[in-house]
Design a protein around this ligand. Sequence first.
Ligand code: ZN
Length: 106
Amino acid sequence: MGHGSAGGVCRACNQHVVPLRKSGWWKVALGAAYVGLNVAVCLLMFLGPHMVISAPVWLFGFLGLLGPAHEQATADPTCPACGKYFETAADVKAAPARSVAVAKAA
Ligand SMILES: [Zn+2]
C-alpha cells in the first residue's frame, strides 16, 4: 500500500523520472497564513482604533507571505532531468481533445 506510482516518462526528454512536486506543507503554510490573517484582523478590531495605524503594515506583511506561499502551493510539477513542465500521459490525451474543441468553436 504505497502512495501510487510516483514516477512517469517525461515528454520533453523521454526519461523515466519522478516529477518534482511541491511539498504539501506549502498548502498547510498557506492555510496557516490565512488563519493568521483572520486572527490579526480580529486582534486589530479588539485592540481598538489606535492599532488601525499599524494595520496596513500587518496586512502588507501577511500579503507578502501569502503571495509566495500561494505560488508554491499551486506550482506545476517539473522534470528533475530537464527542468521542464512534467506532463503525464493523461495530460497528453487531454491536450488534443481540447484543441479540437477550440477548432470547432472557432
Ligand atoms: Zn524531462
